[in-house]
Write a protein that binds this ligand. Structure first.
Ligand SMILES: [Zn+2]
Length: 487
């Protein structure tokens, strides 16, 4: 039975080496590895089964964390009355250039234009106001899995697409303390997902005011370093204070019977995370997938002609059965018309963590030949009758290896920078840890010169004080912050 992406239409062109042109490598790879195809409308993407399976694996894990912490999944309409949007001034200002608006429907001009949701604070705020009456209704913990639309002028598959998939959490709380606890819970869930599934060693922390979500009091982020040294923000969590509660009238009666505003949060993680996986682990040969989100953790290629082909194919199917029973996602590539070398290249391009080859001589010796997607150990042979028992451990080791490798790469490309002279060079290949004054005009000047922006005020950075590397004013934030170019 064909699983995700087994139709065998991979092109043999290969991809531009990552080291030569990172951007071309990425753009070619997402198509050739059959993760996505270009949509008919500029900036849209078709997520193909191989890419969608990765999303499902991330989604299942995150959904478990969300439910475990007491949130309920809901589904709100994708059309939002334009008037809702206009209520929160900063929110509408931040989003208006990206909004898609429906003005005609049912064959006539609409009385009120409808915004296709770019995010759902406004519509959900309207219903929170309706559903919350007393302190006993709090906290209200909602989440929705949805598609959203933000018109992109410079689209890039997974990273910036006009329509994308995500989850958006929306919660209401009695006070700031409870809402902040929620905001940090969501950030921790995202960081856990990134580290444990995507094997991305993200840095957690707060955004500087200029990088805040439109309408938020505080925005928190997880940032990962891609293999070209750029940062990718792959999940954000916002404490919205009473900004939305005030405009949507989200109030509750406290224990003394007094009517007060709730404090709300929102937090989102999208298909952008898949772009992060590709750019954190991939290499010149193609994708390198962490086993926990690989559609196929193991691909078995039976080798041999004529009678031998039948024998090895049968052994491959038996082994696949055993691996499945051991909880391994496995695929047997027994397409007869293709040479083994072609299949090896294809599964390397598509990032399968482990390949098993079974030839007639392997069978005679009671072994199977194992090749990992990365690592310089070369091929090794393992006993055929122990392969299923050994495989979960082999996959866990590979997952851990990818995380450690990415962490080492990040650390090697991050350095303290004290002066402006050393800054452009550092952010051309990685991140700079700097003291910054916190002034927006200073941030803007740095951005104009180098395209680098403040990525995150790391939660775990030690308290330190100094002078701004750019303007010499006293540093803000009480610690060094991370600066880098970003996606
Ligand atoms: Zn400054």
């Amino acid at each position: 039975m064909p699983g995700p992406g087994t139709l065998g239409s991979v092109s043999r062109e290969g991809v531009t080496p990552q080291s030569e042109d990172f951007s071309a490598w990425y753009n070619e790879l997402v198509i050739q590895a059959e993760l996505v195809d270009r949509g008919p409308v500029r900036g849209t993407m078709v997520i193909r089964p191989y890419g969608y399976r990765m999303w499902e694996l991330l989604q299942a894990d995150l959904d478990g964390r969300i439910k475990e912490a007491g949130h309920g999944n809901a589904c709100f309409p994708m059309f939002i009355p334009e008037s809702y949007f206009k209520r929160e001034a900063e929110h509408v200002e931040g989003f208006s250039p990206e909004l898609a608006v429906v003005t005609v429907a049912g064959g006539k001009e609409l009385e009120e234009p409808l915004v296709v949701r770019p995010t759902s604070e406004t519509v959900i705020g309207e219903y929170m106001a309706k559903w919350i009456e007393s302190h006993r209704d709090l906290p209200l913990l909602l989440n929705q899995w949805a598609n959203v639309v933000r018109w992109e002028l410079r689209p890039r598959m997974f990273l910036r697409t006009t329509e994308f998939l995500w989850q958006e959490g929306h919660t209401a709380h009695a006070d700031e303390e409870d809402a902040m606890r929620e905001t940090m819970w969501a950030l921790g869930a995202y960081a856990g997902l990134a580290r444990e599934l995507a094997a991305i060693p993200v840095v957690e922390g707060e955004k500087t005011p200029s990088e805040r979500f439109a309408g938020a009091v505080r925005t928190y982020t997880i940032e990962g370093m891609m293999r070209d040294g750029r940062a990718l923000q792959s999940g954000t969590s916002h404490y919205l204070g009473t900004n939305f509660a005030k405009v949507f009238d989200i109030t509750y009666q406290d224990e003394d019977g007094k009517l007060v505003h709730a404090h709300t949060t929102s937090w989102g993680l999208s298909t952008r995370m898949l772009g992060g996986v590709i750019m954190t682990h991939g290499d010149d040969k193609g994708l390198v997938l962490p086993p926990r989100i690989a559609p196929y953790q193991v691909v078995i290629v039976p080798i041999g002609r004529d009678d031998a082909a039948e024998r090895t194919a049968a052994a491959a199917r038996d082994l696949a059965g055993e691996l499945k029973r051991a909880g391994v996602r496995v695929h047997v590539d027994d397409r007869p018309q293709l040479r083994p070398g072609y299949k090896f290249n294809e599964w390397e391009l598509r990032g399968v963590p482990v390949r098993l080859e079974i030839g007639p001589r392997d069978l005679d010796g009671g072994v199977v030949t194992l090749a990992r997607r990365l690592g310089d150990q070369g091929k090794e042979q393992i006993p055929l009758d122990r392969a299923a028992e050994l495989m979960p451990g082999i996959l866990d080791d590979f997952q851990a290896f990818l995380y450690t490798r990415a962490e080492r790469f990040r650390d090697e490309h991050t350095a303290d920078v004290e002066s402006w002279d050393a800054f452009p060079e550092q952010v051309s290949q990685g991140w700079a840890r700097v003291f910054h004054c916190g002034r927006t005009d200073c941030e803007d000047a740095i951005k104009a010169d180098t395209a680098a922006t403040p990525r995150v005020i790391p939660t775990d950075a030690p308290e330190e004080h100094g002078v701004c590397f750019r303007c010499g004013e006293p540093s803000a934030y009480g610690k060094r912050i991370l600066y880098g170019r970003s996606y």
